[in-house]
Design a protein around this ligand. Structure first.
Ligand code: PLP
Length: 510
């Protein structure tokens, strides 16, 4: 075991130079120093970090600074915490777990020497979404992918060919930063009818996926150090965008009605912005109740806070009536509503949308134009036709039925194979299920065991900023057919049974 005091000293001397004059907050500088030390192997897997009090005294910073840095490391899986027994460097780092494309050594070198990167750049490079591998063919149960095999490619290619055969000149020149008008009109009409979003096409901006909307909103609406509420657990893409903008993430717990406004008001009464996914919270799956929606809007109005409403998979609701979007209930024009075609069509399309209050429109368009001018116009025109000609609505109906079947297949296979290993319950919506592991199990270990059997199972703790009371696994099902699902569940069950044997052995030898 590494002596905590010695470790603290060596960290201070070798790795950590905190400078209050830098624009990055102190906790962020400390987080980066620790992360670098972990990735470079100077802090070994399993090593115990000094207590927050010891390190705070040693570095002459507040204990909060150290706690915030530890929480960020916990959230990203670099360290594991056990209440009462300390914080340890993870045996399996996120880079390994999430299959970083770049080798840890390379990303460390770029960040650690700080030769080329600005403080802002370092913040950007250190965000968790950076290390998440989403690309390549999906395998069970990587979440986030729709059933690409069920997409009507022939139809799509006919629409593409129609546009390219005699391309309209005006579509080939620079376009409007807000997007192609017929697509914005189609999106506004769809959102009004399907989601009770109240908007004019003049409020809709077509973006390069919801991720770009998150990035723009984070940069336009928060300043460095601003407290923002994020759902606990919550979506890494949103937390990454906000953290990269310099915002201070305040994890706000959920209950059965969704984000706890009461807890948020207590934890960060001066929040500048709230990020929420009320229709189908990611990854827990909770739907925010109507009274909670009203309470959230009321609080945001009083506090003068912005609300980002992430409606990423609202198309897929299998039971019950969908609740109207938060945006449609908002009288104070505080809500920035965003959605995506990644789940309904396919992620590589990189088309999403953001609906902004009218007074934010010009700012969003200016920021968007600076970033990449606009989304490719011909693809937007193809998508506008796809919607206008009724294919979009038909595709959603077909996929809703298919995903309901796939979810049922996952639940049924789980009932047969995963008893006592993973609690999987059916859900009314979405493309993934979140199952809970037995009390006391590490979900990072479970994810690693699954990985060794060729199964992707994302650890629930990776979506938390504080260690969760109970570990779990997030399993996507939409992209996999019934055979792949039952085979995946069998392999996952094997993995979890073998983990149970290991844990039993460990307990006996302790
Ligand atoms: C909660 C949530 N929001 C937003 C997105 C947006 O994705 P994209 O940038 O592909 O539109 C995702 C994708 O997985 C998601 O899970």
């Amino acid at each position: 075991m590494v002596n905590p005091l010695k470790l603290a000293t060596s960290l201070r001397l070798a790795d950590v130079s905190l400078d209050a004059r830098q624009s990055a907050p102190l906790y962020r500088q400390l987080y980066e120093a620790l992360r670098r030390a972990i990735l470079a192997g100077r802090l070994k897997p399993g090593a115990r970090l000094p207590s927050t009090r010891e390190l705070a005294e040693d570095l002459r910073v507040s204990r909060n600074t150290v706690m915030n840095a530890y929480e960020q490391l916990l959230a990203e899986g670099y360290v594991e915490g056990q209440t009462g027994s300390g914080t340890f460097v993870s045996r399996l780092l996120p880079e390994e777990l999430l299959h970083a494309r770049t080798s840890p050594a390379r990303s460390v070198r770029a960040v650690s020497k700080g030769r080329a990167l600005s403080n802002r750049g370092r913040l950007l490079a250190a965000t968790p979404v950076n290390v998440t591998r989403l690309s390549g063919p999906a395998r069970p149960f990587r979440p986030g992918s729709p059933a690409i095999d069920a997409f009507p490619f022939e139809l799509w290619s006919r629409l593409v060919a129609r546009h390219w055969r005699r391309p309209r000149r005006d579509l080939l020149n620079y376009g409007d930063a807000a997007g192609y008008l017929p697509l914005r009109e189609a999106i506004a009409a769809y959102l009004g009818a399907a989601r009770a979003v109240r908007c004019e096409p003049e409020q809709v901006i077509v973006v390069a996926g919801a991720q770009q909307a998150l990035d723009l909103a984070a940069r336009l609406l928060t300043d460095a150090g601003d407290p923002v509420w994020v759902e606990e657990p919550g979506y890494l893409g949103a937390k990454g965008a906000l953290a990269a903008a310099g915002a201070r993430l305040v994890p706000v717990p959920l209950d059965e009605e969704g984000l706890s406004v009461e807890a948020g008001a207590r934890l960060a009464p001066a929040a500048r912005l709230i990020y929420a996914s009320p229709s189908h919270q990611y990854p827990s799956g909770v739907t925010m109740s109507l009274s909670r929606r009203l309470a959230l809007l009321e609080w945001a109005g009083r506090a003068g806070a912005w609300v980002i409403e992430d409606d990423y998979d609202s198309e897929y609701r299998y039971a019950g009536r969908p609740l109207a979007a938060l945006q449609g209930l908002d009288r104070e024009r505080r809500v920035v509503y965003l959605g995506t075609f990644s789940k309904v069509l396919f992620p590589a399309l990189r088309i999403g949308y953001v609906v902004v209050p009218p007074d934010l429109f010009d700012a969003f368009c200016a920021a968007r134009a600076l970033s990449d001018r606009h989304s490719p116009t011909v693809e937007q025109a193809v998508l506008a036709d796809f919607i206008a000609e009724g294919h979009f609505a038909r595709h959603i109906r077909r996929m809703r039925a298919l995903y309901a079947e796939r979810q049922a297949a996952l639940v049924a296979a789980g009932r047969e194979e995963l008893g006592g290993l993973l609690e999987l319950k059916p859900a009314d919506a979405g493309l993934h299920l979140t199952g809970l592991l037995p009390e006391g199990w590490s979900d990072l270990e479970a994810a690693r065991a699954a990985e060794s059997r060729g199964v992707d199972a994302q650890p629930l703790s990776a979506f938390h900023l504080r260690p969760p009371a109970r570990g779990g696994l997030v399993l996507g099902y939409a992209a996999y057919d019934e055979r792949e699902i039952s085979d995946g569940v069998r392999r996952l069950a094997d993995a979890l049974r073998s983990l149970r044997r290991t844990l039993g052995g460990r307990a006996r030898s302790a």
